[in-house]
Design a protein around this ligand. Sequence first.
Ligand SMILES: NC(=O)c1ccc[n+]([C@@H]2O[C@H](COP(=O)([O-])OP(=O)(O)OC[C@H]3O[C@@H](n4cnc5c(N)ncnc54)[C@H](OP(=O)(O)O)[C@@H]3O)[C@@H](O)[C@H]2O)c1
Length: 273
Amino acid sequence: MLGRALRRHFPPAVRIDAPTRADLPLEDVAQIEEHWRERDITHVLLVAAWTRVDDCESDPERAFLTNGILPGRIARRAAHHDVSVTFLSTDYVFPGTAGSPYRESDPAAPAGIYGRSKWMGESEVRAAGTKHRVVRTAGLYGQGGPDFLAAILPRLEAGEVRVVDDQVLAPTWVDALAPALWSVVLGNEPGTFHLTCGGEVSWFGFARAIAELRGLPVERVVPIATRELGRPAPRPAYSVLDNQRAEVLLGVTLPSWRDALASYLASMEDPSV
Ligand SMILES: NC(=O)c1ccc[n+]([C@@H]2O[C@H](COP(=O)([O-])OP(=O)(O)OC[C@H]3O[C@@H](n4cnc5c(N)ncnc54)[C@H](OP(=O)(O)O)[C@@H]3O)[C@@H](O)[C@H]2O)c1
């Protein structure tokens, strides 16, 4: 989903090469190096991941391989080719017990396999000896999904929907994130950055905003607790990320979660928006 958005927003000065899993699997490091050599690649965005949070709990081996070991292996090879690496990571590296937005320097303590595997990827990329950036984001949605909106909209149009009110974050539209991410990738500042839409809301509040913006009765959205869903993977209760570093060092800002949601819903109704 994010990979496609990055393609929609690539800056004019950039020649982009966006292989799919079929073209270039993360597992085939030799082919990846050949690919870099043939095309004179200077920057790599490691966006590919195994993102099915609940499935990661039942197959930790695949999660750690895809999200941790392979990004590390690729970053170590990048060091030999003078290629800079930007690794996409997640709010799930945090425990979710804070009462104010997490900064880049706050200690990670992921609760589930997905978060732990992405934390491993971050650590491996940092230790690889190449120029790198780690960009953490959260609650992605947008064109092509699958995402929260694709799951909830048809149900909301049909009737009542139960949504968790005890997970607070800043849901982020991929078309708002992609231009900001390009600015970070092409900027002069290395290190870790948080990039999410502004503000904070629970998934319940987000679903109510969707109903309101779609002209549907907001009472159709009913708050529930996370434990009622009985999902295998734990989720952080509070995973709002502080975006100040990107703002101060690079002048990069994203719209508020509500403005971004309104723009996305408008673009769904009229793709020319
Ligand atoms: N979605 C979120 O809410 C969220 C939140 C925070 C951070 N992130 C991070 O942001 C990034 C983008 O997320 P997204 O939601 O856009 O992900 P996505 O839609 O699930 O896309 C992930 C892509 O990675 C590919 N992939 C998986 N294993 C691969 C492998 N071994 N080799 C090559 N490609 C492989 C998948 O291909 P297949 O379809 O063939 O499996 C898919 O095209 C990820 O790094 C994710 O961890 C996501």
